[in-house]
Every structure is written in structure tokens, then in C-alpha cells.
Design a protein around this ligand. Sequence first.
Ligand code: PXG
Length: 289
Amino acid sequence: MKIFLSDKLVDEKDAVVSVFDHGLLYGDGVFEGIRAYNGRVFLLDEHIDRLYDSAKAIALEIPMTKEAMSQAVVDTCKANDIADGYIRLVVTRGVGTLGLNPYLCEKAEIIIIAAKIQLYPQELYDSGLKIITVGTVRNHPEAINPRIKSLNYLNNILAKIEAINGGCMECLMLNHKGEVAEASGDNVFAVKNGVLSTPPSTCGALEGMTRNKVMELACKTGYEVREAVMARYDLYVADEVFLTGTAAEIISVVDIDKRQIGDGKPGAITTELSALYAEYARSQGTPIE
Ligand code: PXG
């Protein structure tokens, strides 16, 4: 496998970073997870914009233009013969000292990995997920703003541990006020009487690329879509609940905290939007060849 490191493609065995990299020492950095479908990189410009916004928010200067970064993503896919896959784009603070001070790190490190994607098994899409609410509260927006896609994922990992210990693959995270935020690695939507609702980013949600695209596709299809402050109650009594994410795409939730959602099967609107999204994703994007 070829990895893009710093400024060029190298062999996997040579793709190593220093133990003094602050990405490793402090989780100091930002990342993106991007999909390629049918020989095209999906939502590349949007992912690059979010990466640079995340970097800006943590005062991290990326030593490469957006245009060069986009080209590097495409080149990495090409070098690895990836037509359908998952791209992990990582920018770390770079090599520094054994102290927090990021200003002592000379240059941010850039890593791009283009690989095959590990998908959820099809059965989970057919039957829907069971999830539970976890006690780990989503990061306070004035601590680490949840809109920053940072390398510091402990908040989400602690939630994921609780989910798995509770026998679930995903979970529901609330913010410090008890409002619905998102899942540990996906956004959440509720459907009630044909209206779609999802929490605004101010409630602790990442502004997911899949979330934004699903909102757009649902609007175009004629559904009313809104951002709303939501309680767990709103999910318990919804007709349908689903999660969205780059890896998962759209996956139905049929049970939350032992409350059956709707009739306990993936709902009609979830199924319709899944098909629309799948079709859209496979017909758009930045060509790799
Ligand atoms: N919320 C969080 C906290 C995420 O990490 C999403 C929502 C969905 O956003 P996108 O832009 O993908 O629609 C994410 C992204 C994994 C994994 O291995 C998951 C994500 C990113 C990287 C890896 O499960 N989720």
C-alpha cells in the first residue's frame, strides 16, 4: 500500500511518524473520513473545507493549499487502485517536545490512507440497530467544540465502550443539558408524521457530511426537514429513527433504551432516503482517473 506522508507518496513500511508527534502524545490534530464510490471521491471539497475549518479552530496551520490537499487525496486513491473505498486524512500538530506547547511543533504532519472499507453487515441494515443512551456526556462546546473533528476522540470512545458493554454497536449521546446530541460516530435523525428532525450542531452534533446531504435530498423529495433541540422523548415516540455517517451511510434504529421505535422495523422513509442517498453517492464526486 502507498501512503501519502508529509508531501509525497511512500511505501507503507516507510510511512512512520515520530513518537514526539503531538498527534500521538496529545491527540493534537484533526482528521476526515471520506468515501470513494465508483472511481470518484465523494464530497471531496466539503470534506476538505471541514478539515481546514477544524484546523483553524485549533489554531493549526496546514502547510498545504486546499487544492494541493484535494489532489493528494485523488493521487493516493489512484496509487492504491481504489475505486470504492475509505480515505482517512489526518493532520497532526507534528513533532514537538514533551510539553503541551503546540508552538514548539515546527510543522504539521499530513497523512492520507486510502483503503478498502469495512462495512456494517447487511443484516444490520435489514433489521435495524438497537441502541442505548450512555452516561458519557458529549464534549461541552466550550471545552472541545463537537464541530471540530479532532484526533481527540476519547469522548466518543468512552461512549462506544459503554455501548459495547451494554450489548449495542452504537449509542445515543446527550449534551451537558441532557439534549440529544448524536451517536458515538454518526448523526441521528427522527421522523414523526413525515417530518424529519435532527439536532443542530449547537446541541453537540458534528456537522456530518452525510447528515447535510440527507437533509438536502429529503428536502428535494418534498419532506419537511428541520434542526430541532430534541429530548430522548422525541426519539422514543418517533415513527422512525436513523443514523447517518460516511461509513454507515443511513442505518435504521429500531430500539432505544428498550423502547421499540415505530413497528420495530426499518421505516418507509428511512428506506426511501437510503436508496436515494446510495444512488446519489454512486453518481457524484471528483474523478480519480
Ligand atoms: N458524528 C461523529 C462524532 C463522527 O465522528 C459523524 C457524526 C458522521 O459524519 P460524516 O461526515 O461522516 O457524515 C462522525 C463521523 C468509525 C468512524 O470508524 C466514524 C466517523 C469518522 C471516522 C471513523 O466509526 N464518523
